[in-house]
Design a protein around this ligand. Structure first.
Ligand code: UDX
Length: 440
């Protein structure tokens, strides 16, 4: 092996595709692996199968250098790699809180027989405590190659900022059992470590926990401010001002303190549920029982949003038109997994409203999962004839929207700002009835 280990990245979803492209950008030879042939074909031809700012350009650049390629073959992956990153998904199990480990186990078992002597397998997926220990034991039992090892290196990237978070992370966490594994990981991240980037070297148990603990903390921070929004709603307080005042306390800080429709996406909701499920199995469910409340506060915001919209149009959705701005779980993403916006849109439709949705990037995904909703090509068309407009994902084009653009097309000038991202005064000055969560 030269100074620069050769890397494979197994699983080419949001995490894996970004990791593969960014590691090639950092100068490594990288082979991306996925069992879905269409994904591999798309990536190999320079197409990113999801929306992530900056990624398509870097993908094409690095395909051109010859440092990056993709395959469906684990045999090829085993022959190629010194370090193998496992980046497959761990979604919530159907009808349960726990994480579904099928993809991690399948990827691991497909790779192990093909490993070369001395290879390092690095778990990046978000997994229940105990997974790394279990996989390490399995590796020892089943690998035919000599001196192969496991390490854990959780990933903290945010969708929409995935490239930046991968190239310049806040920190790296290495869960290792040997100096050799640590040295290999250091070699695989050398350009990032040189920035410099803080690195925490620890055991498997801690490395796996860092990820779920970080997501649990972020979810708690969001639900904390959303709980304050509930209190503001009965006291007449303004949660946006409250949050601003809190944020000046540097011990608290302003990030992840934006009150609104709450968190969704492929990570936060399912990670706190899987964390609770695993804590229950380990007999420490009491330690995490507060996360049940974090989840409940979060879901209550969606219900409150529907109530607010209904109140505004006279107590009943029947025969009313509702314009919905936003479908993605957050801006700069086309991801609709557990999207608060789509959840609200579907509930309003179920309750008798005629809902028309527009999102700058998530239309295709939204249409597939919610074919019962109507879709428009732009914000103005979504708002046409609406009795109320719901602002549910704070894309820049909605935040910067001039109320005058919509007022000639809506039936009634009603807007509910589910993200506390519009300027209430501006909308009110244009004669709109503006309502928001946690604000008068
Ligand atoms: C999250 C973590 O931030 C990331 O570190 C981890 O690797 C994966 O999970 P992501 O799911 O991409 O990343 O989204 P994030 O930016 O964290 O937002 C999550 C949700 O919280 C979104 O629905 C967002 O709208 C909501 N949110 C965020 C709030 O409601 N208020 C806030 O103040 C911040």
């Amino acid at each position: 092996m030269s100074d620069r280990p050769r890397l494979t990245v197994i699983g080419t979803g949001y995490l894996g595709a970004t990791h593969a492209v960014c590691m090639a950008e950092l100068g490594f030879d990288v082979l991306g692996v996925d069992v879905v042939e269409q994904k591999v074909a798309a990536l190999q031809s320079g197409q990113v199968p999801f929306f992530e700012p900056g990624l398509p350009e870097l993908l094409r650049k690095n395909l051109d250098t010859g440092r990056l390629s993709f395959t469906t073959s684990f045999e090829e992956a085993g022959a190629f790699g010194d370090v193998h990153f496992l980046c497959v998904g761990t979604p919530q199990k159907k009808g349960e809180m726990a994480a579904d480990m099928t993809y991690v186990d399948a990827a691991f078992r497909s790779l192990v027989p093909h490993l070369r002597d001395g290879a390092l397998v690095v778990g990046k997926s978000t997994v229940p405590a105990g997974t790394a220990e279990r996989l390490a034991a399995e590796l020892e039992r089943t690998a035919t190659a000599r001196d192969v090892e496991l390490a854990w290196n959780p990933e903290f990237l945010r969708e929409g900022f995935a490239v930046e978070d991968t190239l310049t992370p806040d920190r790296l966490v290495f869960g290792v059992r040997s100096e050799r594994a640590e040295a290999l990981l250091r070699a695989a991240f050398q350009p990032v470590l040189d920035l410099p980037t803080p690195v925490v070297v620890t055991d498997f148990a801690t490395a796996q926990l860092v990820k779920v603990a970080a997501n649990a903390f972020l979810a708690t921070k969001i639900s904390f401010i959303n709980a304050m929004a509930e209190v503001c709603e009965v006291t007449g307080g303004d949660v946006k001002k409250l949050s601003e005042a809190l944020s000046h306390d540097t011990r608290i800080g302003g990030r992840f303190l934006h009150a609104g429709l709450g968190f969704g996406g492929g990570c936060l909701p399912k990670d706190i549920r899987a964390f609770m499920a695993r804590a229950g199995e380990l007999g420490v469910d009491q330690a995490l029982s507060f996360l049940r409340e974090v989840d409940a506060i979060n879901l209550r915001r969606r219900a409150r949003m529907v109530d607010l919209a209904r109140e505004l149009i006279g107590g009943n959705f029947d025969g009313k038109r509702i314009g919905v701005l936003g479908a993605a779980f957050k801006p700069n993403s086309d991801d609709i997994r557990d999207s608060p916006a789509l959840d609200v849109a579907a509930t309003v439709q179920q309750q008798g409203g005629a809902v028309t949705v527009y999102d700058p990037q998530a239309m295709e995904n939204a249409r597939r999962v919610h074919p019962e909703l109507s879709y428009a090509d732009n914000a103005v068309e979504a708002a046409r004839g609406a009795d109320v407009v719901l602002h549910l994902t704070e894309w820049a084009e909605f935040r910067q929207m001039d109320p005058a653009h919509l007022e000639s097309v809506v039936a009634v000038k009603n807007i509910v700002d589910g993200r506390n991202a519009l300027d209430p005064q501006l909308w009110r000055d244009h004669g709109w009835t503006y309502r928001a969560l946690g604000r008068p």
